[in-house]
Design a protein around this ligand. Structure first.
Ligand SMILES: NC(=O)c1ccc[n+]([C@@H]2O[C@H](COP(=O)([O-])OP(=O)(O)OC[C@H]3O[C@@H](n4cnc5c(N)ncnc54)[C@H](O)[C@@H]3O)[C@@H](O)[C@H]2O)c1
Ligand SMILES: O=P(O)(O)OC[C@H](O)CO
Length: 337
């Protein structure tokens, strides 16, 4: 990247988190081009500097532009920032790959595991694009898009096997309200981000069933234990799961009514079916699909994940709410670990 020009980032797509990260990047002085699927969203970003689909009340930096043309968005990009539903990544990325430059670093914002393959987003990215893993990074942490759009303070982790690449992206997304740290533990960050969505479904369900804060704390704490067991079995560093992309994200997602995963769980706890809860949810709720993929990883790695197991059974409507709660409470007694 030239020392004489600003870094340039292409953000795909103009959803909730894509828009928030595009704003962070632009506020940090990075040139940003957002790829939107719909003409009216791209036009509104370019003309009135707002995204009417997600944050009609927030004015975006005037330097932030949008297009529906992937080639135009990616032209000269130092960074391709990907923020689409994890289950749609493989197909979309295959279409975008011919436009990715030879030195472009790809940054995943996605918190999901691919069904069928059990792959994390960074693995799908290296497989589909052929880009070396040293050019693939992950940004993850306790980051509710709505709060960030309001300029409220937040921190996150940028993970990449190449620590210099992580440091460079850290610089281009560091603002007065957004503080990124670096890490080389991509596996830990991605698993922390994906599994917390499943645990947030559980906490939402408990809340919807009218259970108290003790039950929420139990699910958060034991949820972290099972997340850490899986992540460590897959090569992650345990400290990552105690950090922003682990405990931090788990706490914010399980506590906030802004979380789509927690809210989806609350709907289930109120007695809605999965179909009804899906109909009531407009935005991406990664945990609903990822629960099954996480459970498959747990089985493949011989790791016990009782909360994930019960949530997966509930999502497939194999157990009732009461049976799910009883299944967790009546497990054999054991030491805490
Ligand atoms: N919203 C947040 O607060 C937040 C924070 C951190 C991470 N994330 C993660 O970011 C990722 C994106 O979530 P989001 O909140 O932006 O979701 P969203 O539903 O708000 O936006 C998703 C975007 O992807 C596009 N999209 C939907 N289906 C698609 C498909 N099949 N093909 C191509 N594009 C498609 C939509 O048009 C939209 O632009 C998820 O993995 C989520 O876990 C979200
Ligand atoms: O709204 P959710 O449940 O997808 O959570 C959003 C972010 O991942 C919180 O860090």
């Amino acid at each position: 990247m030239s020392q004489h020009r600003s870094a340039r980032a292409a953000v795909f797509s103009a959803g909730s988190w894509g828009t928030a990260v595009a704003k962070i990047l632009a506020d940090a002085g990075t040139d940003v081009s957002v790829h939107a699927r719909r003409d009216e969203i791209a036009d509104a970003i370019n003309t009135v500097h707002r995204n009417p689909g997600y944050f009609p009340d927030v004015e975006l930096p005037a330097s932030l532009t949008a297009t529906t043309d992937p080639a135009a968005a990616l032209r000269g990009a130092d960074y391709l920032v990907l923020s689409i539903p994890a289950q749609s990544l493989r197909t979309n990325l295959a279409a975008w790959t011919p436009h990715i430059g030879p030195d472009t670093v790809i940054v995943s914002l996605m918190k999901g595991i691919e069904l069928g393959t059990g792959e994390r987003a960074s693995q799908v990215i290296t497989e589909v694009t052929g880009v070396n893993a040293n050019r693939v990074a992950v940004l993850s942490g306790p980051n509710l898009a709505r709060e960030i759009m309001d300029g409220q303070p937040a921190a996150a982790t940028v993970a990449c096997p190449d620590e210099d690449a992580a440091r460079r992206f850290q610089q281009v997304c560091h603002t007065t309200y957004f503080r990124p740290y670096t890490s080389t533990d991509v596996t830990g960050c991605e698993l922390g981000g994906a599994v917390k969505n499943v645990i947030a479904l559980a906490v939402g369900i408990a809340s919807g069933m009218g259970l108290g804060d003790n039950a929420s704390a139990m699910l958060i704490t034991r949820g972290l234990a099972e997340t850490t067991r899986l992540a460590v079995a897959m090569g992650a560093h345990p400290a990552t799961l105690a950090g922003l992309a682990g405990l931090g994200d788990l706490v914010t997602t399980c506590s906030s009514p802004l979380s789509r995963n927690r809210t989806f769980g609350t709907h289930l706890g109120h007695g809605l079916s999965v179909e009804q809860a899906t109909a009531a949810t407009r935005q991406t709720t990664e945990g609903v699909k990822s629960a099954e993929a996480v459970l498959a990883l747990a089985h493949a790695h011989g790791v016990e994940m009782p909360i994930t197991e019960v949530i997966s059974a509930l999502l497939h409507e194999k157990v009732t709410l009461d049976e799910a709660a009883a299944a967790l409470m009546q497990r054999p007694s054991k030491p805490e670990r």
